[in-house]
Design a protein around this ligand. Structure first.
Ligand code: DAH
Length: 343
């Protein structure tokens, strides 16, 4: 009987060694150690027919054999587990040398960005710097510094978003807020544009939106006159709408300039004949401008006995709408892909 145990052990250990997966191991376990018909279980059942003395010796051997087989199975189980893991890790390995998947769709620039980039190129070619500034602005730079003191009725021209519990802060209502910041930082002479987002407390409709883009510009130097201003604005108008485009300036009050003008260009759709877009006037209103008010230059610590300047502000959003014939301003901020993919 002893030899039967020994033989079983040898066979079992060999079988365990050649097992290739978990299923095979479970089958083998059942075949040898299974409670009902396991080979070892059956052999052990024979112990009860032995004499007391013999049972002691063979019983001890039987237990030894059982333990060894169990241990071998446990080891095999762990070995298989490790194999599974390394297979899983291998599967997850990232091959960074793999070529990229074919691109099915690529983004396009927002129409605002297209016009902004185009104008940035144009102005830099004339020696203007492109400046960026904070959208959450101080009451001072947005209003007071550009000659709109507190309680001045001119503040009503721009419905402002104020910030709860922060009385000194506003969402900038125009990019003119960068005029004095730029003067204080760089001093005169100065030539810069500031494209960017502005905010106003508007009830939205096809022509009004709480968030829109402007492009502010200013030039400060010696011997600057209204003629320089008209020259630059005419160059912009021709760049945007063609060589034959004309510019018309009409007086308009803006607190930060003196004199101030409202700038119109000949309607690029009807070429000045009159149409729906220009409301039959032949002219499109596209910018405000003027000679920078001495109070503003003083806030910027510019020597007004030596320097003068002009400033202008375009509604960048308005230019975009005119150029692409967009009938509702709300499309621009909608994030609607059907709209955006057209550009
Ligand atoms: N800041 C004005 C607005 O938002 C636009 C403007 C008008 C800017 C005249 C200027 C200017 O620099 O000179 O309506």
């Amino acid at each position: 009987m002893q030899s039967k145990f020994e033989q079983l052990k040898t066979e079992a250990l060999l079988a365990i060694k050649s097992v290739a997966d978990k299923m095979q191991l479970e089958d083998l376990e059942n075949k040898i150690l299974g409670r009902k018909n396991g080979e070892l279980t059956n052999l052990m059942k024979g112990l009860k027919d032995l004499t007391d003395d013999a049972r002691k010796v063979v019983g001890a051997l039987a237990n030894e054999v059982k333990k060894e087989i169990e241990l071998a199975m446990e080891n095999k189980k762990n070995e298989l587990l490790m194999l599974d893991w390394s297979k899983a890790i291998e599967k997850e390995r990232l091959d960074i040398t793999q070529p990229a998947l074919p691109q099915t769709e690529s983004g396009t620039f927002h129409p605002n960005t297209i016009i902004q980039k185009d104008l940035e190129d144009f102005f830099t070619s004339m020696g203007f710097a492109v400046l960026d500034g904070p959208e959450l602005e101080s009451d001072f730079f947005n209003f007071s510094a550009v000659n709109v003191p507190e309680n001045h009725p001119a503040r009503d021209m721009q419905d402002t978003f104020y910030i709860k519990n922060h009385p000194g802060l506003v969402m900038r209502t125009h990019t003119s807020s960068m005029q004095v910041r730029a003067m204080l930082k760089q001093g005169a002479p100065l030539r810069a544009i500031v494209p960017g987002k502005c905010y106003r407390n508007e009830s939205t409709d096809p022509r009004h939106e709480h968030t829109f883009y402007q492009l502010e510009g200013f030039v400060i130097d010696e011997n600057i006159t209204l003629a320089n201003m008209k020259g630059v604005l005419e160059a912009v108008a021709k760049h945007l709408y063609g060589e034959e485009t004309q510019v018309r300036l009409r007086p308009k009050f803006y607190p930060f300039v003196e004199p101030g003008v409202n700038g119109e260009v000949t309607c690029f759709i009807c070429k000045g004949k009159g149409c729906r877009v220009c409301k039959n006037t032949g002219w499109l209103e596209i910018f405000g401008a003027g000679m920078i008010h001495p109070n503003v230059l003083k806030e910027g610590k510019v020597d007004t006995t030596k320097y003068q300047g002009f400033a202008f502000g375009f509604g960048l959003t308005r230019l975009v709408m005119l150029k692409y014939g967009i009938e509702d301003i709300r499309h621009l901020q909608s994030g609607d892909l059907k709209f955006l993919k057209q550009f």
